[in-house]
Design a protein. Structure first.
Length: 113
């Protein structure tokens, strides 16, 4: 059986493999207050006055494209902060990446087309 020749790779613009998503993150009350963030105590039996008590804050965190695909998350571009969505790799050699929902000519990570 004859093997098919590999498809030529198409030159594309820079692709982003990291984006930011909002998630609940566990930090200390002191850290949340220092950053002036609203927080929810993790353990209701602990007083909010205890600075080493743990709490939850809603923050932007960086994630890889594989992690976003597993969790079904959309996020924002780390450079221009515009919405992006993850794309799986394809059989023609395209690696997994994030793509802007709407092209942004001012962002170096946006598709230049």
């Amino acid at each position: 059986m004859n093997a098919m020749p590999p498809l030529p790779r198409k030159p594309t613009g820079p692709r982003s493999t990291v984006c930011e998503v909002q998630r609940w993150v566990t930090v200390t009350v002191a850290e949340a207050e220092e950053a002036r963030e609203r927080y929810v105590l993790s353990d209701k039996s602990v007083s909010a006055d205890a600075k080493n008590a743990l709490c939850e804050v809603f923050r932007w965190v960086s994630v890889t494209v594989n992690e976003a695909l597993k969790r079904g998350e959309r996020g924002r571009c780390v450079e221009c902060k515009q919405p992006v969505r993850p794309h799986r790799g394809s059989v023609d050699g395209m690696a997994p990446h994030f793509e802007h929902e709407a092209r942004n000519p001012k962002c170096s990570k946006s598709d230049p087309r």
